[in-house]
Design a protein around this ligand. Structure first.
Ligand code: MMA
Ligand code: CA
Length: 208
């Protein structure tokens, strides 16, 4: 607080020029003195506000950088696979070959891609195999030990889409592999010798 000293011939007196007068001093001090809890309330309120802002910022950062929403994750993943020629058809990823090969070589190619020949569990998957107007190997084969049609994932055949008169084991009693052949029909499967050369579809299931 600035002070000024005035010298007067009659004696020395000190006048507080810039000091508020007594009445205003007592008035300004009155708020906090009369209500000392108010300052504490203000501090608490401001701290709470700051904490809220911090929390929101933290949540946004976690959302964006650490735990992005599932859709973002899926988008990132499918974008990566798309570049390598995979197609996303919920809930799996499918790779359609651009060359043809035997059933076993085709399966080997899928395994090298950390996938396997397609296992058809839904009508959507069945229709997908017909879209390409080609003979396509699927992951179904005749297990010579059990003599049952078996999927490459080990599950037995329940819902099937055999073409008319199929499976007929026509070729020398050795039609042990399955292709999607009659692509113009809902029921497109044919049993056929495994050494024939076809295009193939690999399937990879995303563990999300
Ligand atoms: C071929 C062969 C068979 C299939 C018949 C259908 C002539 O044999 O692909 O597996 O059942 O065609 O006509
Ligand atoms: Ca056949």
């Amino acid at each position: 607080m600035a002070t000024a000293v005035q010298r007067e011939p009659a004696g020395i007196s000190v006048d507080y020029v810039n000091e508020p007068d007594a009445s205003s001093r007592s008035h300004s001090g009155k708020g906090t003195e009369a209500c000392p809890g108010l300052k504490l309330v203000r501090v608490v309120a401001v701290s709470f506000g700051l904490l809220c802002i911090l929390q929101v910022t933290l949540n946004v950062c976690l959302r964006v950088f650490v735990y992005p929403p599932a859709e973002n994750k899926l988008k990132e993943l499918t974008d990566q696979y798309f570049k390598q020629g995979w197609v996303y058809l919920h809930p799996g990823l499918y790779y359609v070959s651009s060359t043809s090969n035997t059933w076993h070589e085709s399966r080997k190619d899928c395994l090298q891609r950390q996938a396997d020949l397609v296992v058809i569990n839904t009508k959507e998957e069945q229709d997908f195999t017909r879209k390409f107007n080609r003979f396509i190997w699927i992951g179904l084969f005749n297990n010579t030990k059990t003599r049952r049609w078996t999927w490459v994932d080990g599950t037995p055949l329940t819902k099937s889409y055999w073409g008319p008169e199929e499976p007929n084991n026509l070729e020398n009693n050795s039609e042990l592999c399955v292709e999607s052949r009659f692509f113009n029909q809902d029921n497109s499967w044919n049993d056929i010798g495994c050494t024939n050369k076809n295009f193939w579809i690999c399937e990879k299931n995303l563990a999300l």
